[in-house]
Design a protein around this ligand. Structure first.
Ligand SMILES: [Zn+2]
Length: 495
């Protein structure tokens, strides 16, 4: 047994090294590769992905994993969990022919550049063929698994175990039932509202603030960095090298603040997985829903609270001197203005879920054959009108706005909605332990970080999402807290 475990650890080390290399290539691809470099870089990603595939599906590795599984009584909890997750991964991957696996990895790498250019040029037609192929491969790969469930449900459960279209349909229906009347209520009480915060801040100043605010919330810049990309994201090379991106609009100075805080929430999670999980495959978030609960917690519950701005105001003014002309109350109302808008990542908390529902319905429709990729711009516009009452004038601010589909992240979007719901449940538990508002006002963000570290982050993938939410909140997922949070917050803001 000892020998087998040693052999296993060697293999996992190799697997993790390949993953880190892939992460670095991905980082390069999304932050700085010149257009001319996409082709070769995509091939490099394809080649390395194949290496990872070969390792995971090799007879030697599968035998080793199965032997450890048969003797699992002698294994510690960590190793048991690794074996459990690896068996699931092997089952998913081994059914895919290697040449298809490689082709798909190369395709999604290539799609980044195609998407970026299409978005720049407002040219959906140039992106449609590659998007079509991405959907095609996703359907095909899931089909190989023969689970008996609908293909899209299987995809959803890959991001959040146990999730399927029935559960999500119900979940979204419930959210809609409460959010839509609240939105109506707000639009009736909008009259006395001051206009949006309007001033320009240079990109350089925004960069300084982004770094400062990350430090302020507890992201460790010695073990991470922040850069720029077309769409903000977080990427983990290792827990000691966590990389974030944001983007800067000089005329929307709060955009980079909130995307930095959002990615910072992901980053804090990754950096604070228990040291003893570092060399295992458990050094990762429990699920994408739990991951988004951390980023959305920091972005909204922390970053869009009045108390946070009371605490951070003095520092913020150093970088954004125009804030001097505003009161905390004006800032608070300005950053929480409810207004149906075109872009998801800039959306207020209340309309945000509607953006997610649109993407969910579109993905579901493509999987069922109801929608065709070529018609997506039109479908997108119709749904935006139906849900939010606004219509994008260009595809760049419509169907081309998100990076996810080009990366192959189909089925990912509901993670944001689950994250929102989890985040409000987490807040409710946190409040039982200490005065969250007081801590924010005094700028003691380490109290929040330590609480999240010890209850969520440190476990990595050692516990399942259900176990974590149960442990932290004493119950399973429950949208009630999120709805209450929204009602309380927005009724106060809008009287
Ligand atoms: Zn996120």
């Amino acid at each position: 047994m000892e020998e087998k475990i040693l052999k296993f650890r060697e293999k996992i080390k190799e697997k993790k090294l390949i993953d880190s290399m892939l992460a670095l290539l991905q980082w390069d691809l999304e932050t700085q590769t010149p257009k001319g470099g996409y082709k070769l870089l995509s091939e490099m990603i394809g080649e390395l992905s194949l290496k990872s595939y070969n390792l995971t599906t090799s007879k030697e590795f599968i035998t080793l994993v199965n032997e450890l599984k048969e003797n699992e009584n002698g294994l510690d909890d960590m190793l048991k969990k690794e074996i459990e997750l690896l068996i699931e991964e092997i089952d998913k991957v081994k059914v895919i022919p290697s040449e298809e696996y490689r082709a798909y990895s190369e395709l999604t790498a290539k799609a980044q550049g195609v998407w970026e250019k299409a978005r720049e040029d407002n040219d959906f037609k140039s992106f449609a063929p590659i998007l079509e192929q991405i959907f095609y491969y996703n359907k095909k790969f899931i089909g190989y698994r023969n689970t008996g469930k609908s293909l899209y449900s299987v995809l959803l459960s890959d991001y959040e175990k146990g999730m399927d279209t029935e559960r999500l349909d119900l979940f979204f229906k419930e959210l809609k039932k409460d959010i839509v009347p609240l939105l109506r209520e707000i639009s009736r009480n909008k009259r006395d509202f001051k206009k949006k915060i309007e001033f320009n801040v240079s990109k350089e100043q925004q960069k300084f603030l982004s770094k400062d605010i990350l430090k302020y919330i507890g992201f460790d810049l010695d073990r991470g960095l922040i850069s720029e990309s077309a769409h903000p994201f977080t990427l983990t090379v290792s827990k000691d090298d966590v990389r974030l991106t944001t983007r800067y609009f000089e005329d929307i100075p709060f955009s980079s603040i909130f995307s930095s805080i959002h990615e910072g929430g992901h980053g804090i999670y990754e950096q604070n997985v228990d040291e003893k999980l570092k060399d295992t495959i458990l050094a990762d978030g429990a699920s994408m829903g739990v991951h988004e609960s951390q980023s959305r917690f920091y972005e909204n519950i922390v970053g869009r609270s009045k108390e946070f701005w009371i605490g951070y105001f003095g520092r913020a003014k150093k970088y954004y001197p125009d804030l001097e002309n505003l009161t905390i109350d004006e800032i608070y109302k300005g950053i929480n203005q409810v207004e149906p808008s075109l872009v998801r990542v800039e959306a207020d908390e209340l309309t945000y879920s509607l953006h997610i529902m649109i993407r969910y319905e579109i993905e579901k429709g493509i999987f069922s054959g109801e929608y065709q990729v070529e018609n997506l711009p039109e479908i997108w516009r119709e749904k935006m009108m139906e849900y939010l009452g606004v219509e994008p004038k260009t595809d760049s601010e419509g169907v081309l706005q998100d990076v996810h589909w080009s990366c192959g992240l189909i089925g990912y979007f509901p993670s944001y909605a689950l994250g929102n719901v989890y985040s409000a449940q987490i807040l409710s538990s946190m409040k039982k332990d200490f005065n969250v508002s007081g801590v924010l006002e005094r700028g003691e963000l380490s109290v929040i970080k330590d609480w999240l570290n010890s209850r969520i982050h440190r476990y990595g993938k050692l516990k399942s999402p259900e176990e974590i939410i149960q442990m932290v909140t004493g119950e399973g997922i429950n949208p009630k807290y999120y709805i209450e949070y929204l009602k309380e917050k927005y009724r106060k803001i809008y009287n």
